[in-house]
Design a protein around this ligand. Structure first.
Ligand SMILES: N[C@@H](CCOC(=O)CCC(=O)O)C(=O)O
Length: 405
């Protein structure tokens, strides 16, 4: 590929994380532009039919067609691989298409997955309803019960799936401990690192084989575009996932990749500040009598506080809390009242934005999950998820106080 860099290529393994966040992805055109260029083109031209044939035959090394190779997307992939400490990355159109691509690349009909039960609603549905139609079954387990992971293993188990911290309750699991069980079983261990981003947690360093992201969240960081990313060893990512994405087309657009490159430049400072704001808000929520329970990994009351301290740089920017209520209906009414009384916070089904967002998971992000699966994951009608942004945390507390009072 035309890797024309103004000076010699940088080795990001030897440079700091913050340096990689702004500089990794060094591909430049013949013009040696300073900022990453946006290559809005569906295809690339060839000097001859023979060159076209040669380049299509070696598509990993040449730009041919943007469904599978585009310079702007390559720069994003290179940067994400550097940030996660992986050998290679493939970017996709959304987080869900990233998970789909991993499973379709790793499993065949008749194979089996062991997954945490505490995962995003659409991921749970993908495993429980879509894959089963193609003969891939999943056993869901309590993510903090290592015996349950072990007991769920079958001769056909090919993949372990963990989300830590989990969506929406920020349940934290020991990545190294689950990795050991996965590897004893000969399974590929996939960790969804969406809530932390590589700025706060690098699962590959703790034994994960593959890291998956909804890049829509902290990687974009400003609530603008959808995207996904798969990071891991070259033989799996380029040998299998690349071929799947090339053939089936859940590819990331160059425009979205370009925005995400901009977003990543501020990832470390956004995560630091948003985490600090979230900690302040979580501490304040714990003092509110109207609130039954608060989940935030940096709080001493969090059930996996010790694991989080070991594994994450900060508690992250997601806070979950539960409202009182004698019945599920009363809990929902209380939660909706708090949400509806906000004026500053955005009521929306997304997270990872610089603006604070508030979500009622039971009726949005986890609405299509069965009530039993929601109950097993602890997602009651009283739970509210807050994705804390860059506003003054006092303004966010005041906005929440109106409904809580
Ligand atoms: N990952 C986002 C997703 C937003 O919600 C959904 O995708 C809902 C699922 C559906 O209705 O199909 C988040 O957690 O905020």
């Amino acid at each position: 590929m035309n890797d024309i860099t103004p000076r010699e290529a940088l080795n990001f393994d030897e440079l700091g994380f913050d340096t990689a966040a702004v500089r990794a992805g060094t591909l430049r055109s013949e013009y040696n532009e300073h900022a990453e260029a946006l290559f809005l083109t569906s295809s690339f031209c060839f000097k001859s039919a023979a060159e076209a044939a040669e380049r299509f035959a070696n598509s990993e090394d040449f730009f041919t067609y943007s469904r599978f190779t585009n310079p702007t997307v390559t720069m994003l992939q290179d940067r994400l691989a550097a940030l996660e400490g992986g050998e290679a990355c493939i970017a996709t159109a959304s987080g869900m298409s990233a998970i789909l691509s991993i499973v379709m690349s790793a499993c065949n009909a008749g194979d089996h997955i062991v997954s945490s039960r505490s995962i995003f609603g659409s991921t749970l549905n993908l495993f429980a309803t879509v894959f089963t139609r193609f003969g891939i079954t999943t056993t869901f387990v309590d993510p903090n019960d290592l015996d349950a992971w072990r007991a769920a293993v079958q001769p056909t188990t090919k993949l372990f799936f963990l989300e830590t911290p989990s969506n929406p309750l920020t349940e934290v699991s020991d990545i190294r401990a689950v990795a050991d069980v996965a590897h004893e079983a000969g399974a590929l261990f996939v960790v969804d690192n969406c809530f932390c981003s590589p700025a706060l947690q690098r699962p590959i360093e703790h034994g994960a084989d593959v890291v998956v992201h909804s890049a829509t969240k902290y990687i974009d960081g400003q609530g603008r575009v959808l995207g996904g990313a798969i990071i891991g060893k070259r033989d799996f990512v380029m040998g299998k996932v690349f071929v799947f994405v090339r053939t089936t087309g859940p590819s990331l657009s160059a425009f979205n990749a370009w925005l995400m490159l901009r977003g990543l430049e501020t990832l470390p400072i956004r995560m630091e500040r948003q985490s600090a704001n979230a900690f302040k808000i979580a501490q304040w929520l714990e003092t509110q009598p109207g609130i039954k329970r608060v989940w935030y990994p940096s709080l001493a009351s969090h059930p996996q506080h010790d694991i989080a301290k070991r594994q994450q740089k900060t508690g992250g920017a997601l806070v979950a809390f539960e409202l009182h209520g004698d019945t599920p209906e009363a809990q929902r009414a209380n939660a909706w009242r708090v949400i509806d009384q906000t004026r500053v916070i955005s009521i929306t089904g997304n997270l990872g934005d610089t603006r604070t967002t508030i979500t009622h998971p039971a009726s949005t992000t986890h609405a299509r999950v069965t009530p039993e699966a929601r109950a097993a994951a602890g997602v009651t009608e009283g739970v509210i998820r807050l994705s804390v942004g860059l506003e003054d945390p006092n303004d966010i507390c005041a906005d929440l106080a109106r409904g809580i009072a």
